[in-house]
Design a protein around this ligand. Structure first.
Ligand code: ZN
Ligand code: ZN
Length: 330
């Protein structure tokens, strides 16, 4: 039996004992060790996630110890995506948008639900220098890597990152690594301090658009990453980009937002969506986490137990801290 922390409905957690998972063909058993909490978990908590069904064990940003198979005993980052492997999206190499796929911790039980049965190819061992509790950061790092790969090369480009939460900061890190000049828009003082601590230039908190324009000779940024998901920013998003520039939609908006399509047309902007990551992005994230662990570890600001999950999600809602990781039960 496994102790599981289950979300029973919007805002309602309870503990339960559940039978252990069994590995199917091609699967191995892993014991979740640390899971990160993010805005997706908040959407699920609030009953706003379109796919999540209750009861559900959260936990998609996951470090685990492998119990069976070739990697037994290793600490791994779990690639939480699953896909059908047969649909047109999967066949053209985009399993991240598989209509029959999903994510553990969203579409089925995740790291707070005890042992998991996972296909072995979705387990990624970490270099020794990465502490176990930092491993979950590999998941949002894969999001950032995928996002930067989806836009034209940022080498030598000016990139505006809207939002300095963990994904925004990871995006900024990946873009800077690729040779971009990065400007960050963020209102939260603590997140501005985190961005400044990582050496990023910040746009004026009250007038980010005007500041972005003046920092780019009134042209606008070559690439704009929306990592804020703010409905209020929606109508002005396009104005951050230069003529012919690219808008990259990284944040998940819970509702449709106003967006200036005429500006997209008149100034010939490209709008690029991006969802999660591909297996190659996860492999790249594991390597990068190993290389840059000193720079990225400060993004994990809180280390808690599973009992603290409800309180941790409320702190996340209030914008306190960056990434919280919780020790998984069992
Ligand atoms: Zn997440
Ligand atoms: Zn598919």
């Amino acid at each position: 039996m496994a102790r599981a922390l289950l979300l029973q409905g919007p805002g309602r957690f309870s503990w339960a004992d559940r039978p252990d998972a069994h590995a199917g063909v091609g699967e191995v058993l892993v014991r979740p060790r640390w899971t990160g909490l993010c805005g997706t978990d908040l959407h699920i908590l609030d009953g706003l996630h379109p796919r999540a069904r209750f009861p559900l064990a959260l936990g998609h940003e996951l470090a685990a110890i492998v119990e069976t198979g070739n990697l037994a005993g290793r600490v791994v980052l779990v690639d939480p995506l699953f896909a059908c492997g047969a649909c047109p999206s999967c066949r053209r190499g985009a399993p991240n948008v598989c209509g029959r796929g999903g994510t553990i911790g969203i579409d089925r039980d995740g790291g707070l639900g005890g042992l998991l049965a996972i296909r072995e190819e979705r387990l990624h061992p970490l270099p020794d220098q990465v502490p176990d509790h930092i491993v979950p950061l590999g998941e949002p790092l894969a999001v950032a890597i995928h996002a930067v790969r989806r836009v034209p090369s940022v080498a030598g480009a000016t990139v505006a990152v809207l939002g300095a939460g963990p994904v925004g900061l990871l995006l900024a890190h990946v873009a800077r690594r690729d040779g971009a000049r990065v400007l960050i828009a963020e209102v939260s003082p603590s997140r501005r301090a985190a961005a400044a601590g990582m050496g990023f230039a910040l746009l004026d908190a009250d007038r980010p658009l005007e500041d972005c324009r003046s920092a780019t000779g009134l042209e606008g940024a070559d690439v704009v990453f929306d990592a804020a998901g703010s409905a209020a920013l929606g109508p002005m998003l396009t104005a951050f980009a230069r003529r012919g520039g690219t808008l990259a939609m990284v944040a998940a908006h819970a509702h449709p937002v106003a967006f200036d399509l005429a500006d997209v047309m008149f100034r010939e902007l490209s709008v690029v969506g991006q969802r999660a990551y591909l297996p190659t992005d996860v492999r790249a994230a594991v390597v990068m986490l190993g290389e840059d662990v000193a720079a990225l570890s400060p993004l994990v600001t809180d280390r808690l137990t599973a009992d603290d999950v409800p309180a941790a999600l409320e702190r996340l809602r209030a914008g306190e801290g960056l990434r919280t990781v919780v020790a998984c039960p069992g």
